[in-house]
Write a protein that binds this ligand. Structure first.
Ligand code: SF4
Length: 327
């Protein structure tokens, strides 16, 4: 059975269930790279140009962890997921960036994912992959329906409060047996926003979510907000971003500030060297200020960030919020 490797970062947090289900339905074995560790990051830094953002460096590290274990690498060219915005330019060039970084890589599956007119585009994307892998039309169609079903369930689990790894673990369980988080009873509730590959990777985020939970902080992330709810906020900005993930973050923060009004502060996890974040971070800071001076913390991560430094900043932020709440 041929093995396909999926790097555990970037689009993995959004499309993992779709990709994995489809590839397995075609009879391939899916291998996910191990969770990020120091070696993954070091290898990524070594293989990437200096001025790339840390998530792109990390992606190369995950490719290195997979390259000798699989027959194919799965690195689709992610162009657009909603037919309006695009993924950031580094996503667009990712398959080429990886391909030209080393000569000893297995073949790369790099079909283009560009949603233009809804569902048929999803089908066309998966169909083109299936055809290249010489699957029968029947297997492709069956795989497509199964993959769409799992993708919908994955996002519905996220919208009910699970984080990506929890949603992945529970994907095959019936809803009735899954324990979803109850409404927060924490004295402090925070919006923790950023790109999913930054906030949900425990290593690169300095175990941010775990550390906040250990401080008894209620957390909500953009992944826990439905696409329909966040999309409604698109009319709030005079100009939306060109980039898919940046819009998701901006709309989520606006949704939380304006519609739910139950957050005590916003933490924006931003990657050093990220072009889109240079604008997004300022916008979020100004919006937080405009909404009752909501406290805002910008947490920049790079390959040198250590967990201890991140904890110190979190503790200072949480102390300030507790003091403010008491007052
Ligand atoms: S959006 Fe920013 S962090 Fe993400 S890949 Fe693009 S430059 Fe890097």
């Amino acid at each position: 059975m041929a093995k396909v490797g999926i790097p555990r970062t970037l689009g993995y947090y959004t499309f993992f269930s779709l990709w994995k289900t489809f590839l397995e339905e075609l009879g391939l074995e899916v291998i996910i790279s191990p969770p990020t560790n120091k070696k993954t990051l070091d290898l990524g830094v070594q293989e990437t140009v200096n001025d790339a953002c840390v998530p792109i460096k990390l992606f190369h590290g995950h490719v290195m962890a997979l390259k000798n274990k699989v027959d194919y690498l799965f690195i689709p060219r992610l162009v657009s997921a909603d037919g309006q915005s695009t993924f950031c330019p580094k996503f667009l060039g990712l398959p080429d960036m990886v391909r030209f970084s080393r000569e000893d890589l297995p073949p790369i599956i790099d079909n283009t994912f560009r949603i233009q007119k809804g569902r048929p585009s999803w089908f066309n994307f998966l169909y083109s992959i299936g055809k290249e892998l010489q699957a029968t039309p029947q297997a492709i169609i069956r795989g497509y329906w199964q993959a769409i079903k799992k993708h919908k369930k994955y996002h519905s689990l996220l919208n009910r409060g699970l984080f990506p790894e929890q949603a992945m673990e529970n994907l095959d369980q019936p809803y009735s047996s899954i324990s979803f988080p109850k409404s927060s009873t924490s004295p402090i509730n925070l919006a923790v926003v950023g790109y999913p590959y930054s906030i949900f990777d425990p290593y690169i985020s300095g175990n941010l979510l775990h550390n906040l939970r250990a401080m008894n902080i209620g957390i909500i992330t953009p992944e826990n907000i439905s696409w329909a709810a966040m999309k409604k906020m698109s009319s709030r900005l005079p100009q939306n971003f060109f980039w898919f993930y940046s819009n998701r973050v901006a709309w989520s923060v606006l949704h939380l500030l304006e519609k739910t009004r139950n957050i005590d502060g916003v933490i924006h996890v931003t990657a050093f060297g990220c072009g889109p974040d240079a604008m997004l971070n300022k916008l979020l800071e100004l919006e937080a200020k405009d909404h009752n001076q909501t406290p805002f913390l910008s947490l920049s991560i790079d390959e040198h960030s250590g967990e201890a430094g991140i904890i110190t900043r979190l503790e200072a932020f949480v102390d300030m919020l507790s003091y403010q709440n008491k007052k």
